[in-house]
Ligand binder design. Structure first.
Ligand SMILES: C[S@@+](CC[C@H](N)C(=O)[O-])C[C@H]1O[C@@H](n2cnc3c(N)ncnc32)[C@H](O)[C@@H]1O
Length: 356
């Protein structure tokens, strides 16, 4: 049975765990940034040897390795340290690497989160307070951050492949990926559905990244990139399916409605809009173990790092559809707590694929 002191000590231990969360981010970011992760990529290595590889202090490197061992990122073995399967996700150059995520969340997004008190007090974006402009504007002039951002988004991409299981693309001829970023989602669709053609609309500065991705996937001949501002430029007309993956959560309701209305206008007759987001639970719920569900965590991240973004419940997405002249047309779950929410123009007739 727990004594009063045990309970008190347990609470204090939990609080220490919560309040040192930022140390975790910085330890992982440092292991990636200094090349320690990659130094262990080819097998077990003593701390001194790993430190020499990255030109770092041997004692300090071992202390970092011990912290990383506590996180389960590396494993201490009799002859040195090895990456665990979790730590191996951080290696450079592997598909879906967490490397860019670690660098972005440990640097720019760490600095913007420091402005959470400002964001909560004012409802304004912490990122712009630190960096002088919203993140999407800031990145247009900084290809290094744009690449890190694309890489960070790519870490969560495991749900892209499942879109074809969640929505039937048979009978669909063309897909417009609105804000398609580096084209990873469209490349996955075009690879799986050899009959499809696709267009990415995004800011001009991601054109090169996107083109490279399509060439690497061997689908460049069925793809086009349109550099545009999706709020002020017209969307290319006539595609059967519009995908908006992780787009609406960047914007306030009025902007979302404007974008969805533009989709409704540009869709081919009988077309469908697929919104891919991580919905908030309809009812808020607490947690006993100190873990926050991903959607609730990212809602606060959106507060800090976008000018007006937020996560929404499925019902809130459906209200946006209705305001934009669309009607909900089914939902399906995807990995990593993501969902696809389909909508069609209200008076639509005919079909271009449908939920299974
Ligand atoms: C959060 S990312 C999502 C990327 C991709 N859809 C995915 O799921 O990985 C948002 C994308 O919207 C693009 N974007 C932001 N504002 C835009 C605008 N005004 N016009 C066009 N694209 C924009 C960004 O460049 C970025 O690629």
């Amino acid at each position: 049975m727990l004594t009063r002191q045990d309970t008190e000590a347990g609470l204090r231990r939990r609080m220490l765990g919560l309040l040192t969360g930022a140390w975790t981010t910085q330890a992982i970011r440092t292991a990636v940034e200094l090349g320690l992760v990659d130094a262990l990529a080819d097998g077990v290595r003593p701390a001194r040897d790993a430190a020499e590889r990255i030109a770092a202090d041997p004692g300090a490197t071992e202390r970092l390795l011990l912290f990383l061992a506590g996180l389960g990122v590396v494993e201490p073995l009799p002859d040195g340290y090895a990456l665990t399967p979790l730590g191996a996700l951080l290696r450079t150059g592997i598909p879906g690497s967490a490397r860019q995520l670690a660098l972005l969340y440990g640097d720019e997004f760490h600095r913007s989160w420091h402005e959470l008190p400002y964001a909560v007090r004012t409802g304004q974006e912490g990122f712009a307070k630190v960096f002088g402009e919203p993140a999407f504007d800031y990145m247009t002039e900084r290809p290094d951050m744009a690449e890190r951002f694309a890489g960070a988004m790519a870490f969560g991409d495991v749900f892209f492949e499942s879109l074809t299981a969640a929505h039937d693309f048979r009978g669909v001829r063309s897909v417009l990926d609105v804000g398609g970023g580096d084209g990873a989602l469209l490349a996955s669709l075009l690879t799986q559905c050899r009959w499809l053609r696709g267009v990415v609309v995004d800011q001009p500065h991601v054109s090169e990244l996107c083109g490279t991705r399509m060439s690497e996937a061997g689908v460049a001949d069925r793809f086009a990139f349109v550099g545009a501002d999706f709020f002020t430029d017209p969307l290319p007309p006539g595609c059967d399916v519009h995908v908006l993956s992780r787009i609406l959560h960047d914007w306030d309701d009025d902007r979302c409605v404007a974008l969805l209305s533009a989709c409704a206008d540009a869709l081919a007759p009988g077309g469908v809009v697929l919104v891919v987001e991580r919905p908030l639970p309809e009812e808020p719920h607490g947690s006993q173990d100190g873990t926050v569900d991903l959607a609730t965590a990212w809602d606060l991240h959106m507060l800090v790092n976008t000018s007006s973004g937020r996560e929404r419940t499925p019902r809130e997405y459906e209200r946006l559809f209705v305001r934009a002249g669309l009607e909900p047309a089914g939902r399906a779950t995807l990995p990593l707590d993501m969902e696809v929410l389909a909508a069609r123009p209200v008076a639509a007739t005919g079909e271009a694929g449908g939920e299974e």
